[in-house]
Ligand binder design. Structure first.
Ligand code: GLA
Length: 384
């Protein structure tokens, strides 16, 4: 697909083609920026980059999704408010160069099928694909975790979105048929097999995450405030990752009602991820599903990042035969839900949930039955 677009636009075959997947988070929401635990999977929706070197220092780039082109010089990489879609590539290119990885100009065409602004991390996929593209085009040998961190840095410091590390990590290092259990403090991880007799189904509310960024920043601040206040009553903690549920009960008087609820979400969510990994490895999918459901309730009631549309989709899912668990996924305020459904019930699930959503809210939900996929650095085409 992207090769033929490249040929059409640039008149020859690309030298390098790479792709990076979007992701769905099974459990562990709003824990990554608290040094906590997450369990995402890469999905079979990808951003693809095709390109070739140029002899100068110009990067000419075309987005097949936006049907738009722009160019920039590697000697003066600025944010572009007219072609915002190019900022991920600009940021990645800038930080590679400033880290001493010298680039040449390039002709690039990119695009893909990760739904945008839907909580499935299309921007992380663009960043990771861009970094992987440069790595392959220039023949760099980059440490995979460096690729992840640089991609995230483009989002944090260039685009200006204060996200955690989960999305870039899974887009780079996901594995087919597996979820990835990541400790966001020391970045140790392991892949956990997903069994074939269940499907991961994503339901898209169709609501773009309008409030997501500002509310995300508020949550981030509230978590830091909670840590500061818990320290004043003698808890020896660096951040919410270090608080266990009993400590929080004992120290609850130190926190305002709202900060207590925010902290309680993070603290209980971390505990849920640890249990979820254990029961997934033991094959206890029923318990895994219960933990997903509890995660949704906590995000809805304590962290307050759900929305009417997300709640409707989750409640519809909970009623379907064969549903093991359902919850909102990603930052919240719109975007998608993730559902673990017995394989033989998947078709009926998709049909019933989209009908129910139409009947309840007169809205159309897109439903994707996902396969857990390889991350950008796991695919032979993208490896160093
Ligand atoms: C967004 C961020 C992630 C993470 C999730 C919430 O996807 O990019 O880093 O914080 O929200 O779990």
């Amino acid at each position: 697909m992207i090769e033929s677009a490249f040929k059409g636009i640039c008149g020859s075959s690309p030298e390098v083609v790479v792709h990076a997947p979007g992701r769905v988070n099974l459990i562990g929401e709003h824990t990554d920026y608290n040094d906590g635990f997450v369990l995402p999977a890469a999905i079979d929706r990808f951003i693809e980059f095709a390109g070739r070197r140029r002899a100068d220092r110009t990067v000419r780039v075309h987005s097949t999704d936006f049907q738009d082109s722009t160019e920039f010089s590697l000697d003066d990489i600025q944010k572009d408010s007219e072609h915002r879609w190019s900022n991920y590539l600009r940021g990645v290119s800038k930080f590679l160069e400033s880290d001493g990885h010298k680039l040449t100009g390039a002709d690039i065409v990119f695009g893909g099928n990760v739904p945008r602004e839907s909580g499935l991390s299309s921007s992380a996929a663009v960043e990771v694909a861009a970094t992987t593209f440069w790595q392959r085009l220039m023949g760099f040998k980059l440490d995979p975790v460096y690729v992840v961190k640089l991609s995230r840095r483009a989002e944090n410091e260039f685009v200006g979105v204060p996200c955690g590390i989960m999305d870039q990590f899974i887009s780079a290092l996901g594995r087919a048929e597996h979820a990835l259990f990541l400790d966001c403090r020391d970045l140790s991880y392991r892949h956990v097999p997903l069994r074939g007799d269940v499907k991961v189904i994503v339901c898209n509310t169709g609501i773009k995450r309008a409030l997501a960024q500002s509310e995300y920043e508020v949550r981030l601040k509230q978590c830091n405030q909670a840590v500061a206040q818990l320290k004043t009553v003698g808890l020896a903690i660096k951040n919410l990752r270090d608080v266990d549920p009993e400590d929080l009960d004992t120290a609850s008087d130190a926190l305002s009602e709202i900060l207590l609820r925010r902290a309680r979400h993070v603290v209980t969510e971390n505990a849920r991820v640890l249990e979820a990994v254990k029961v997934l490895e033991e094959g206890d999918l029923e318990r895994f599903g219960e933990l997903m459901n509890a995660s949704h309730e906590s995000l809805r009631d304590d962290y307050e990042v759900s929305s009417k549309e997300l709640d409707v989709l989750v409640e519809l899912a909970w009623k379907q035969p064969g549903t093991l668990g359902a919850r909102m996924t990603g930052a919240g305020f719109g975007g998608c839900t993730v559902n673990l459904v017995r394989a033989d019930a998947a078709d009926a699930f998709a049909e019933a949930v989209s009908r129910g959503y139409q009947e309840t809210l007169s809205m159309k939900a897109e439903i994707y039955v996902c396969r857990a996929s390889d991350g950008a650095l796991a695919t032979p085409a993208a490896g160093p």
